[in-house]
Design a protein around this ligand. Structure first.
Ligand code: G4P
Length: 299
């Protein structure tokens, strides 16, 4: 899904989610486990502050398990419930209702104390485009439902998707804009396929992501592409260009005159990264939050 976000769209998206918050108990914030910070909407805390939040680290099948554990701790320390899932295969999805209930334990206990039967937890899924909202809703619904973005006059036609008597989900997710004002997040979003790479130069995206890959997974990268003399970190853009050139030569991405076709080399690297061919990888760590302009936590 490609959405062009303009100030008017952002204001409308924010307002639509605020309207839906009146109907629900818990916000389910979906993030990409490979880029948990870059895939967060920058205003999420402000927009959803009135409700407890369950953070789902989706696409955990493609992310580094140790890093996912670190990110889960990071969000738990901020007072949110967390769960790593893979909406495609369904791993972790059955635990969502239990986690959501944990957030409302006191409220549920009060209902029980009053002799009331607790009703299912009502939730809204929110997240940026391509993070897996529709996949997750379909999985919980157990069928394919046409999921569309909100149109004016929204909430009227909304349905509740019921899951096991414990969870009820609004069938239309809250779609929020990504953190594109931060260039680093922009490159990471493009590298994982969350935003169209043709909005940026593919060779630039590849060089940028190479900095993350070398920093966190140098030996894996060296092994896959037969790279020699790979430093522990890439000091600057030129160092990244040199690595991309080596990858291009190794993979036979040559244009006339024996020069490396950088776009082709970048395409191979990004395709293999997204498909998980390099292994399970996470591009950012919790201790980097706040390192760069625009990535500061708002909490
Ligand atoms: P959205 O509603 O938030 O916009 O996202 P959507 O569910 O459409 O998912 C976007 C892409 O992410 C889909 O790929 C979907 O299969 C994939 N996806 C969702 N959850 C997971 C997950 O847990 N693991 C993995 N590996 N992939 C997941 P797609 O339709 O094939 O799009 P594309 O791959 O062609 O971009």
């Amino acid at each position: 899904m490609t959405i062009q976000w303009f100030p008017g769209h952002m204001t409308r998206a924010k307002r639509q989610i605020e309207e839906k918050l009146k109907l629900i108990d818990v916000v389910i914030e979906l993030l990409d486990a490979r880029i948990p910070q870059s895939s967060r909407n920058p205003m999420i805390d402000e927009i959803t502050s009135s409700k407890p939040r369950l953070i789902l680290l989706n696409k955990a099948d493609l992310a580094d398990g140790d890093m996912t554990a670190e990110w889960s701790k990071y969000f738990r320390d901020k007072g949110h419930a967390t769960l790593a899932i893979d909406a495609n295969s369904g791993t972790g999805v059955k635990d969502i209702a239990g986690k959501a209930k944990e957030l409302l334990q006191e409220k549920i206990q009060r209902q029980i104390d009053k002799g009331m039967k607790p009703r299912p937890v009502r939730a809204l899924i929110v997240g940026i485009p391509n993070v897996g909202k529709s996949t997750l809703i379909n999985r919980i619904a157990g069928r394919n439902i046409a999921i569309t973005g909100d149109r004016p006059g929204v909430t009227k036609g909304q349905q509740w998707i019921k899951s096991g008597g414990e969870l009820e989900l609004l069938d239309t997710p809250g779609i929020l804009w990504p953190r594109f004002e931060d260039p680093i997040a922009g490159f990471r979003l493009a590298a994982t396929g969350a935003i169209k790479e043709d909005l940026l130069h593919i060779d630039e995206v590849a060089c940028f992501v190479l900095r993350d890959l070398v920093k966190h997974y140098g030996p894996v990268l060296a092994e896959r592409y037969g790279l020699t003399d790979l430093p522990a970190e890439l000091a600057d853009m030129q160092a990244a260009i040199d690595v991309l050139e080596q990858i291009g030569r190794r993979r036979g991405c040559l244009s006339g005159g024996g020069h490396v076709d950088f776009d082709k080399a970048a395409g191979i690297l990004l395709r293999e990264l997204r498909a998980g061919k390099l292994g399970r990888m996470t591009l950012e760590a919790p201790d980097e939050v706040g390192d760069t302009p625009g990535t500061k936590s708002t909490e």
